[in-house]
Design a protein around this ligand. Structure first.
Ligand code: NAP
Length: 304
């Protein structure tokens, strides 16, 4: 048996508790990962509190992103490039119920962790990293663009800012005032979110594109500023795709190959990917409270 964070009913962070669960056996294409670090995502909290519906039976495990050590390998388990997964490999990616001592993962969702990337950094990379890559794939940017990134200090937003700057775009990123220096450090011009966003953005200059990394507000500002809907992409502003006609973030870039590329860039110091806070598995409730409250830029990570 291993310890895993579980919940028996939908609700706030307080419904989470640790339970002993059977050690899973990896089937074909699967591996068992001894989890060292599991990054928490807002999606995990949205399913837990019922904002996103799930028909998974209770008790439910929680978490997806992870970094850890391969402990057991199922038949035909290979990485994206065809290399067989081996016991003892240090990996990053995602698995089912990652906030635990052990989790099952599809080998196709994993990449080898570069030694220069700490497990606590790698453990929170997959979902935000591949979402950020997908934003730029959905909405390519070029040096003529000025893009508004809504939620620039979040895990997805801080990566989107860096990728947009690299594409040559001028970047305006919305964040709380306490994070404006951080947004500047990404190469972006900060702006405060909240009422009057469109006016504050237009005072900085005309924009040509919007990437929503927090919610509807940046997209509504884009509409006010006359940005065509095919130059705006939504990852969190649920409803905006249908109601406004903006682009939905595409999924084809969410590959382990791209994940390996992002990890390499972090290893080489070409991408900044901070950890906001770490918590022990025993403190999983506090960890989710930190994720869902005000936290420093970067990932909230549970260490097993
Ligand atoms: N569609 C997808 O595939 C996908 C994938 C990943 C994430 N998401 C969604 O994207 C969102 C961000 O995820 P994340 O992992 O980046 O979360 P995160 O790291 O917790 O960051 C959330 C950020 O939102 C900012 N924020 C709070 N209120 C805001 C407002 N009114 N306007 C603009 N920003 C505001 C916060 O900035 P301050 O700290 O500066 O206040 C915080 O940095 C979540 O809703 C998540 O569910 C979607």
């Amino acid at each position: 048996m291993v310890r895993a964070a579980v919940y028996d009913e939908v609700g706030g962070p307080g419904v989470l508790h640790l339970a002993e669960v059977p050690v899973p056996e990896p089937g074909p294409g699967m591996v068992a990962v001894r989890v060292r670090a599991a990054g928490l995502n807002p999606y995990d909290a949205k399913v837990r509190d019922g904002f996103i519906a799930s028909d998974a039976p209770f008790p439910r495990r929680i978490g997806a992103d992870l970094a850890g050590t391969v402990e057991a390998v199922g038949a035909d388990a290979t990485y994206w490039d065809g290399t067989p997964v081996a016991v003892g490999d240090e990996v990053l990616g995602s698995g089912a119920g990652a906030v635990a001592e052990l989790a099952l993962a599809a080998a196709s969702n994993l990449a080898l962790r570069p030694p220069a990337v700490a497990a606590e950094v790698a453990g929170g990379l997959k979902v935000p990293g591949l979402t950020a890559v997908s934003c730029l794939r959905t909405l390519p940017l070029s040096p003529g663009d000025t893009v508004l990134v809504g939620g620039a200090s979040g895990a997805v937003g801080l990566l989107v800012c860096q990728l947009a700057v690299r594409a040559g775009a001028t970047v305006i990123g919305s964040a709380a005032p306490r994070n404006h220096d951080f947004v500047r450090s990404l190469g972006a011009e900060p702006v405060s979110y909240g009422e009057g966003l469109a006016d504050r953005v237009s005072s900085l200059g005309p924009i040509t594109a919007v990437i929503d990394c927090h919610g509807r507000e940046a997209l509504d500002a884009g509409v006010q500023l006359g940005i065509p809907v095919d130059r705006m992409v939504a990852i969190a502003g649920y409803g905006a795709v249908k109601e406004l006609g903006v682009l939905n973030v595409e999924r084809s870039a969410r590959t382990a190959e791209n994940l390996a590329g992002l990890a390499e860039e972090i290893a080489e110091g070409r991408l900044l990917y901070p950890v906001a806070a770490t918590f022990a598995l025993d403190d999983v409730v506090e960890a989710f409270r930190a994720l869902e409250g005000t936290h420093d830029p970067g990932k909230v990570v549970v260490l097993s």
